[in-house]
Design a binder for this molecule. Structure first.
Ligand code: BGC
Length: 378
């Protein structure tokens, strides 16, 4: 397949690529949407122009991604009656994101999740990070990867893709090393959104990249996610202290409200978990790029989400801190539990927990990880 990086010099909206022209099944494809990628100017941040890209597959599913924060702003997919709506929380305009919502759809880094007291050691050297969550560092600091403008390159290939690049400078938010990060998003014709993360560094640094989409498969922010059915292929989770830092224990889920090894409604035991779910699940050691690590199903809309990942953990967060104070672009308050996150990751506070899988990236090594989300309707 030929691979071309499209040059976008101008324009309000340009269809860059269309699968229909080359297809052998011309007639069948004529019935379908034209797959491609388009771009609009979306405002300014850090003195740079921000863009919104729309990836469309040949079934008409659309994922919108901004180069501001590498943010997925919407993912439109039909329900079982054919009604289309977005299955992730987000805003129609950049101003929603500049108001610093809690990481809606964002690419999170340099370190997704918490580092205790914003401190860690590499060898004899102690590093001190920006503190932005009680006494801890969360999601990369005061200005993490979710709040910077990335360089974007739409890729013309067999499916529409967008590649984002960001150079995080040595010392940024307290982290060591110049870290060169690339995140690629591609939307397949069978409704699979693949996110591939790559990075290299010139000094040893912790790294833990993730995406912070809040899913609501009903496609309606008036509904909570509590009736949705969830399976997480994890026999263990990492219990936390009152500031959500892991205690270091790897605890069995059996007999606890954290047991989602068999599909269970999210709300059935949430009241037994202080504050709601906001925990790292230790995925069972399988090839979770082949077998789903997580399955989420909404009986109301018939939409099903399957999550595939190379990461050892997933933070299951039930939007506990959403309190209606943020409104979506239609003016609807975003209330508690109206979105849930499945943040694929290494475990929180790994730089201070030698027994957890390491998050250190050394010069000369390559950080590479893939997470895929597949949506179907039944
Ligand atoms: C964290 C939550 C936090 C949310 C938004 C999640 O990843 O686990 O505790 O409130 O992100 O910042």
């Amino acid at each position: 397949m030929k691979k071309t990086i499209a040059v976008l010099g101008f324009g309000y909206m340009i269809i860059l690529w269309s699968s229909c022209q080359n297809s052998e099944k011309k007639n069948a494809d004529n019935m379908k949407a034209h797959a491609g990628i388009s771009r609009v100017d979306w405002g300014k941040a850090d003195g740079k122009t921000v863009h919104l890209y729309t990836l469309t597959n040949n079934n008409g599913a659309q994922v919108k991604i901004s180069d501001y924060g590498g943010t997925i702003t919407s993912w439109v997919f039909p329900d079982k009656k054919g009604n289309k709506s977005s299955i992730v929380l987000g805003f129609d305009s950049l101003s929603g994101y500049l108001a610093k919502p809690p990481y809606f759809g964002a690419t999170v880094g340099r370190y997704g999740n918490r580092i205790a007291n914003g401190k860690f050691k590499i060898g004899d050297q102690t590093y001190t990070l920006a503190i932005n969550n009680g006494k801890n560092a969360l999601h990369g600091g005061l200005k993490g990867f979710d709040k910077v403008v990335w360089d974007a390159a739409p890729i013309i290939d067999s499916v529409p893709s967008l590649t984002l690049n960001y150079l995080s400078k040595d010392g940024e938010e307290g982290y060591p090393g110049n870290l060169n990060v690339t995140v690629s998003f591609s939307l397949s014709n069978d409704n699979e959104l693949t996110i591939e993360y790559n990075a290299i560094t010139d000094k040893t640094t912790p790294i833990n990249l993730t995406n912070h989409s809040y899913f609501n498969l009903t496609g309606d922010v008036n509904n909570t996610v509590l009736s949705q059915l969830l399976m997480i292929d994890a026999d263990h989770y990492t219990p936390v202290d009152t500031t959500l830092i892991p205690t270091g224990e790897i605890k069995a889920v059996k007999g606890t409200p954290f047991d989602f090894t068999k599909s269970m409604s999210i709300g059935s035991r949430i009241n037994e978990v202080v504050g709601g779910y906001d925990h790292n699940f230790v995925l069972n050691q399988k090839n979770h790029l082949q077998e789903p690590a997580v399955i989420l199903y909404d009986t109301l809309s018939g939409r099903k989400l399957e999550l595939f990942t190379m990461e050892p953990g997933v933070q299951f967060y039930t939007g506990n801190f959403l309190d209606g104070s943020i409104k979506n672009s239609q003016g609807i308050p975003i209330r508690q539990h109206t979105g849930m996150c499945l943040e694929t990751q290494h475990f929180p506070d790994s730089p201070n927990e030698p027994s957890f899988p390491t998050t250190l990236l050394n010069p000369g090594d390559k950080y590479h990880t893939i997470t895929k989300y597949k949506v179907t309707v039944q």
